[in-house]
Each structure stands twice: as C-alpha cells, then as structure tokens.
Design a protein around this ligand. Structure first.
Ligand code: OAD
Length: 238
C-alpha cells in the first residue's frame, strides 16, 4: 500500500509571517489597490505599466522573503505522506522550503508569459518586467498570473488531487475567491479536513477541525499530530 495522500491547499496566510501581505485582512493588498486597476485583463489593456509596476513590487518582496516554519512543516510531511501542495499563492516559498509537488492555481510571480501564446512561459531575471520585454515570438510579455475574469487552467488537476486525498489541510485562505474555494467540496466524505487560520472559516467548513492559530504555530502543531497518527514509519527510517 502506498503512503496516505495528503493535499495542502494554501492561501496568502501561509506566507504572512514571511512578510508578504494577505489580500483581504485589515492591512491587506486589496485595501491599498483596487482589483480592477491591477489584476484584470481590462486593467492590462488600459494601463499595462501600472499592472507591471504592481507585480514588480510583489516580485521584489517575494525575492526578499524567506520560507517560514509553516512552509517547512508542510515540506517535512513528505516523509510520512504523499503530499501535493495546491496553492493560490504566486510566491515560491513552498518550493524553497522543500516541497516537491506544488501546483500554482493563480500563477507564479517569477514567470512571465507571452501575450500571443499563453503556453509560452519564461523566467523573469530579476525583479522587473518592462514594457518592451518580448517573448521568443516577439510579443509583449505579461506576468504569469491568473487575473480576475480569466480561466484557472490548473483547476481540473487540482480538483482531481483533492478528490484522491485522504487528508486535506487548508491553511491561510479566506475561501472567498472562486473557483479556487470550491476545491474543498471535492474532498471525499471519508477523508479528514483540517483548517489552520486565526479567523473563523465560512459556515460550510463545519466538518473541518479548526486550528485557530497563525500558520507558523498551527501548521507545525498539526504536522506533529498527523505524523503521530499516520501509522507509517517516516521515509528514510530503517
Ligand atoms: P485572503 O487575503 O483572502 O485571505 C487570507 C487568509 O489568511 C484569511 O483567512 C486570514 O485570516 C488568514 N491569515 C492571516 N494571517 C495569517 C497567518 N499569519 N497565518 C495563517 N493565516 C493567516 O487571501 P487568499 O484566500 O489567499 O488571487 O486569497 C485568494 C486569492 O485572492 C489570491 O490568490 C489572490 C487574491 O485576489 C488573485 O490575485 C487571482
């Protein structure tokens, strides 16, 4: 028998203690900026320089940030479980902490993509993406981000992972943004769900065990609990 399958579904709260702002908390990014000015296809058509600047600031902060105890605890779970991370975050802190399977539902800040062909994706060297930066096909590059009003191409794959999970850990997301938030409804009835968030969850999350803590405290505590009940020896143990 293989290892139990564990899916971590993360949002901005997991990176908050790394110094990256969340979106909807009191001092969140959507207090400072209007979504329709910086995170929609219309905003890009109207004022691409403004959109690029918004994501340049995000990229500079991600490059300066370090993974925290929550990212590390999630990576550590791979010794006991088959772990897939499905994140709404555009930072690379799960990867830098050592998680080996990370699916980014809303894109990745360190990548750019062609405005002529969405399948052409290239790394951004350094903090800035400029007007005039072109893809190999010759068209303007845009941030590799899923904007409001756009399809979420990885959604089907993410739903499949949640369906197959024995345990779902939801951490640091307000579950306000769809379709991402609907992922929790793909979990099978016999699977366990845990939620780590200092705020109370939406009413329909009643079946989850709520660890009402910041991610840096709640995720290591939950990881300890899951390792103890896993019933399997850690990978690498003799
Ligand atoms: P939100 O800002 O909506 O929610 C952040 C969640 O993290 C809230 O539930 C907070 O209570 C929780 N939180 C705050 N500090 C925390 C901490 N230290 N530890 C743990 N949890 C903490 O962020 P998301 O749910 O990730 O999409 O937002 C979803 C999407 O909306 C984002 O991916 C982004 C945004 O608009 C796009 O830009 C497409």
């Amino acid at each position: 028998m293989g290892r139990p399958r564990l899916v971590v579904f993360s949002g901005a709260g997991v990176s908050a203690e790394s110094g990256l702002k969340t979106f909807r908390d009191a001092d969140g990014l959507w207090e400072e900026y209007r979504i329709e000015d910086v995170a929609t296809p219309d905003a890009w058509r109207r004022d691409p320089a403004k959109v690029l600047h918004f994501y340049d600031l995000r990229r500079a902060q991600v490059l300066a940030a370090q993974p925290n105890a929550a990212h590390r605890a999630i990576a550590g779970l791979e010794r006991w479980f088959h772990v897939d991370v499905v994140t709404q975050n555009i930072d690379d802190l799960h990867e830098r902490a050592g998680s080996s399977r990370v699916l980014h539902l809303h894109g990745e800040i360190l990548l750019a993509r062609s405005t002529a062909d969405a399948s052409v994706v290239v790394p951004i060297n350094g903090p800035t993406l400029r007007l005039g930066d072109r893809c190999p096909l010759g068209s303007q590059l845009r941030p590799h981000i899923v904007w409001f009003g756009e399809q979420v191409p990885m959604m089907d794959r993410a739903a499949e992972l949640v369906q197959q999970a024995d345990i779902l850990v939801v951490v640091g997301t307000s579950l306000q943004v769809y379709p991402a938030a609907s992922l929790v409804h793909h979990l099978s009835r016999k699977a366990d769900m845990h939620l780590v968030d200092p705020q109370d969850p939406p009413a329909d999350m009643g079946r989850a065990t709520h660890w009402k803590q910041k991610a840096v405290e709640g995720v290591p505590a939950l990881a300890d609990h899951l390792m103890r009940i896993s019933g399997t020896p850690p990978r690498g143990a003799s």
